[in-house]
Design a protein around this ligand. Structure first.
Ligand code: 13P
Ligand code: 13P
Ligand code: MG
Ligand code: MG
Length: 366
């Protein structure tokens, strides 16, 4: 066993209440009970169970490292138990994200989203867990770039000698199944070329140049695993803050601009990512607009002191207002692009079936 601690955030939608808008309290209770027993057995140091929209979020610390089979099994069993309760209540889409019948060693590729990192706890260890609903993992590219590479967002890149060297970005090509690491500021334009295409290229981890891990995101794409549309991925992101990493306020600052992400209704529309307090994380209008919450913790000897609800602040009111205005504007497009996603993104939904049905009626152009 390592003296380092591992922070694991594993999430799944195992049933919505009502529809896809929120989660039933019973599912949170089932998860707390399961993880509490694991803590008593010594498998976990500590845990926190929460949710954003209809997504159940297991936030855990332990000493077993990332990709640990027992921890992944624990998360899987917890989701299975919560699914049973969801089925009993006939909640919507019970077991939605559990794409496999049985656990097979690593929860990645089985439906749930996973973000993990292992590190030696600093003298003070502030972390933020960002959790989103009604969107996909590419949603983190824009804020991660701004936090770790943009001096107009992060003052520390200019004025803090421990950040001045910049950061390294590990980017995954989710279609090509490859990764590349690019270094900023030197390779900033190369990085932007990739991560601007956020459906395909996703920032998975960010490192300081001395190798210290700073951020880790879930990059699992449900549609690529299932081969069809089964709900959005609703990703999570861990960011360590302060002392050579972005200050808490620098990590939150990108969300003051509600950038456009894919997701929203039926996972098939573009909309603004609205930063909300925990109690407003219930996407209702057209099943959205997409939401993000930020849970701040001080990690103390592996234990969670927190959470602080970091978007519960009037300084994010304007971002919420702009999100509503953008929502009105985009919604007015109805089924037209670019509100609705392009055809490539709808490849797993109605388009192939419709094409098949109407095939005979297509005539050569005169
Ligand atoms: P304090 O002086 O409140 O510690 O703040 C320092 C800082 O880095 C704020 O971003
Ligand atoms: P979720 O991915 O949050 O389950 O949303 C699915 C959906 O179809 C919303 O309209
Ligand atoms: Mg759902
Ligand atoms: Mg969801």
């Amino acid at each position: 066993m390592s003296d380092k601690i591992t922070l694991s955030v594993i999430k799944a939608d195992v049933g919505g209440y009502v529809g896809h808008s929120s989660i039933h309290q019973n599912l949170l209770e089932v998860a707390k009970e399961r993880l509490s027993k694991a803590k008593d057995r010594g498998e976990l140091i500590d845990f926190h169970v929460t949710r954003v929209g209809d997504d159940l979020e297991l936030i855990m610390t332990h000493r077993r490292g990332v990709d640990n089979e027992e921890i992944h099994q624990l998360a899987w069993d917890t989701f299975v138990a919560a699914t049973e309760e969801a089925k009993r209540l006939k909640l919507y889409g019970a077991g939605q994200d559990l794409l496999s019948d049985a656990f097979s060693g690593n929860i990645k590729g089985m439906g749930p989203g996973v973000a993990e990192m292992e590190f030696t706890e600093r003298r003070s260890e502030p972390v933020i867990i960002f959790m989103a609903d009604k969107t996909s993992p590419g949603a983190w590219n824009f804020p991660l770039y701004r936090m770790f590479a943009d001096p107009f967002n992060t003052a520390g890149l200019v004025i803090d000698p421990t950040m001045h060297e910049g950061f390294r970005f590990e980017v995954v090509d989710v279609y090509g199944h490859k990764t590349i690491t690019l270094s900023c500021p030197e390779e900033m334009y190369d990085l932007l070329m990739f991560i601007g295409a956020m459906r395909r290229f996703m920032i998975r981890r960010v490192f300081r140049k001395d190798g210290e891990i700073c951020a880790s995101a879930s990059t699992q794409k449900l549609s690529l695993i299932a081969g069809k549309y089964v709900g959005k991925d609703d990703p999570v992101l861990i960011v360590r803050c302060q002392s050579g990493m972005p200050a808490v306020g620098e990590a939150l600052e990108p969300f003051a601009f509600p950038h456009i992400v894919e997701g929203w209704m039926r996972g098939s529309h573009h909309g603004p990512l609205m930063p909300v307090p925990f109690y407003e994380a219930n996407p209702s209008r057209f099943d959205g607009p997409p939401r993000v919450i930020a849970a701040g913790f001080q990690i103390t000897n592996g234990h969670f002191v927190g959470p602080r609800d970091l978007f519960d602040d009037p300084s994010f009111d304007r971002a919420r207002q702009i999100s509503n205005e953008i929502s009105d504007y985009l919604r007015a497009h109805g089924p037209f692009e670019p509100h609705r996603l392009g055809l490539d993104d709808l490849e797993y939904t109605t388009m192939p079936k419709l094409m098949e049905k109407l095939q005979e009626r297509f005539k050569p152009e005169e």
